[in-house]
Design a binder for this molecule. Structure first.
Ligand SMILES: C[S@@+](CC[C@H](N)C(=O)[O-])C[C@H]1O[C@@H](n2cnc3c(N)ncnc32)[C@H](O)[C@@H]1O
Length: 200
């Protein structure tokens, strides 16, 4: 059997897609995107089916791209957005992060990765962002660990203080946080002008 890089989501893909709240995250992401230039290229890491995160961005006219390690999720994204590039790969080694984007969004993915993988991914995200680029991801504000409610697999948040340090080390500044109606916590970051490209 091939290795599962989706952290258990391939096995529950249809259940997740059916039960995913149709608008959770859409308002915060739409508001965040208001600083982006028209037609900006946006990469959605752990995109799932694309609903509602990439959908709201596509509706606003941005050029969306998706990456997901679950073949079923990547196929659902491709079906929803026939003209949008999508890569079925683990974010840890996907090729889309070798390109450059104006913004990167990641809803419900980071905390599925272990702490080391999250740190490496923040660095890769920074490398893939253009000067002035924006980054949004979700994870709890507190450092904590728990079992994912759908897969039972471990989830971990580094917490705001540690994420701030990791972002800064990668050349990104934490510019704000948000909380949505479902209690999901958002980190908003942007490429630090003085330090792009990051000093590594
Ligand atoms: C909680 S779901 C969120 C999906 C989508 N972002 C949304 O807003 O509904 C997490 C997604 O991350 C994907 N995923 C988990 N681990 C991954 C990895 N290492 N690389 C790429 N995708 C991954 C899963 O397949 C799943 O689609």
């Amino acid at each position: 059997m091939p290795a599962d890089f989706s952290n258990g989501y391939e096995a529950i893909a249809s259940r997740f897609i059916e039960s995913r709240s149709p608008d959770m995250g859409a308002t915060v992401v739409a508001e965040w995107s208001r600083v982006l230039a028209p037609g900006s290229a946006v990469l959605d890491l752990g995109c799932g089916s694309g609903a509602p995160i990439s959908q709201v961005l596509a509706d606003l006219g941005f050029a969306i791209h998706g990456v997901d390690a679950s073949p079923s999720m990547a196929a659902a994204f491709a079906k929803r957005f026939p003209n949008a590039p999508v890569e079925c790969a683990a974010v840890e080694n996907c090729s889309f992060l070798n390109r450059t984007f104006d913004a990167i969004v990641s809803w419900g993915l980071f905390f599925l990765l272990d702490a080391g993988a999250q740190r490496k991914l923040i660095a890769r995200v920074s490398d893939a962002l253009r000067p002035g680029g924006r980054f949004l991801f979700t994870a709890p504000s507190q450092a904590c660990s728990w079992a994912d409610s759908l897969t039972g697999l471990p989830s971990v948040s580094l917490g705001e203080a540690a994420y701030r340090i990791e972002l800064e080390a990668a050349g990104l500044a934490l510019t704000g946080t948000r909380l949505d109606e479902g209690g999901n916590h958002y980190y908003l970051a942007s490429v630090t002008p003085r330090t792009w490209p990051p000093p590594r």
